[in-house]
Design a protein around this ligand. Structure first.
Ligand code: PGA
Length: 251
């Protein structure tokens, strides 16, 4: 059985004081949740404060990006070891905002995924099509390329450790969620590609999250779909009450 994973991507919101406050409140309201993996991804500068706030609880810490090299003259970048040293256990890789505004490519994502896996961080690899691509009937082709290139050459053991987040770009921050049927259709296709590349065992084990305007009001029906194993939540993860409700979805 795949353990559901609900992750909150705070993007560039909340300073250290605000972040620690939100984290403390989530720690309280989610302390009894055992059957779901819970992760929050605050901005780099606030990771230590948030890490202290959730210490000893059941919430994991993610970074929103990282560099694939150990260290070096890469101004403005952060390494896997630095993340590990402040309690980070997961890292979001290739979020559409990184691809769109910072030129990230599938190939660059593969380097980061490889580094994350080698360092003991769980990569959350984001993929998804634009509205134009969907309208042109290119959705499956786009996600297939993102998977083939982003996971190229990984061993089966490594592939099993990757979490995939399907986030249609037209649904991110727009209030337009993919219907559970649309999401399920793409998730099933993604699992099929994983099966072709890494075999049935890996395909059964890999968790595929849905992201894009997940809210307390739509999470239950999304999570009822058989290939949706969790959610990557942006806007609604910035409020303790709404993120807690999402984590405690009923399906
Ligand atoms: P949203 O963002 O929930 O605000 O649409 C999702 C994401 O970008 O991960």
């Amino acid at each position: 059985m795949r353990k559901p994973l609900i992750a909150g991507n705070w993007k560039m919101y909340k300073n250290a004081t605000e972040g620690a406050k939100l984290a403390r409140s989530l720690k309280r309201s989610l302390r009894d949740v055992k059957d779901r993996e819970i992760v929050i991804a605050p901005p780099f500068a606030t990771l230590p404060a948030v890490s202290r706030a959730i210490a000893g609880g059941n919430i994991g810490l993610a970074a929103q990006n990282m560099h694939h090299q150990d260290e070096g003259a890469f101004t403005g970048e952060v390494s896997a070891d630095m993340l590990l040293s402040v309690g980070v256990g997961y890292v979001i890789i290739g979020h559409s905002e990184r691809r769109q505004y910072f030129g990230e490519t599938n190939k660059g994502c593969l380097e980061k995924i490889t580094k994350a896996l080698g360092s003991g961080l769980v990569p959350i690899y984001c993929i998804g099509e634009t509205l134009g691509e969907r309208k042109r009937g290119r959705t499956f082709a786009v996600v297939e390329k993102q998977i083939r290139e982003g996971l190229a050459g990984l061993s089966r053991t490594d592939a099993k450790g990757v979490v995939i987040a399907y986030e249609p770009i037209w649904a991110i921050g727009t209030g337009k969620t993919a219907t559970p049927q649309i999401a399920q259709e793409v998730h099933a296709r993604i699992r099929g590609i994983i099966k072709e590349l890494f075999g049935a065992g890996v395909a059964r084990a890999v968790r595929i999250l849905y992201g894009g305007s997940v809210k307390p009001g739509n999470v239950d029906t999304l999570m009822a779909e058989k290939d949706i194993d969790g959610a990557l939540v942006g806007g609604a993860s910035l409020d303790a009450k709404s993120f807690s409700r999402i984590v405690k979805y009923v399906s």
